[in-house]
Design a protein around this ligand. Sequence first.
Ligand code: SME
Length: 145
Amino acid sequence: MELLTEQLISLIDKDLPLVTNLSNASALLNTLEDINWCGFYLKDGDNLYLGPFQGDVACTVIPLSKGVCGKAARDAKTVIVPNVNEFPGHIACSSLSKSEIVTPIILNNEVKAVIDIDAPIYNRFNESDKKLLEELASVLAPLFK
Ligand code: SME
């Protein structure tokens, strides 16, 4: 198990509100290097709504049909975008962001939220980041019960 996952497990308390756990989880994500934004979008109906995050003010509502977050939620799969300028429909919340990774949080085959991380450099995210975020997502998923 990754160190960050172990830290997340020791941070979360299933008896506390979801927003409380996700807030500290976003602070933990923010310890990753070379990132400028990290946080959660929570799915409700056909939209994703901004949840706890660290970074600049961000878009509040993302339709499932739009953006990297929408694609990850729609397909229930991690999306790595090496260069946001080359991703059709990328939603630019910050001009700083150059690359991005979005991982869905899935409970009982249903996407509940996504973890979104932006980087100020191109090609920031790779398969090991994907593995890490998917591990973190599986730890967070039971909180969405
Ligand atoms: N770039 C995202 C929008 C959210 S911000 O990165 C915080 C997207 O295209 O879905």
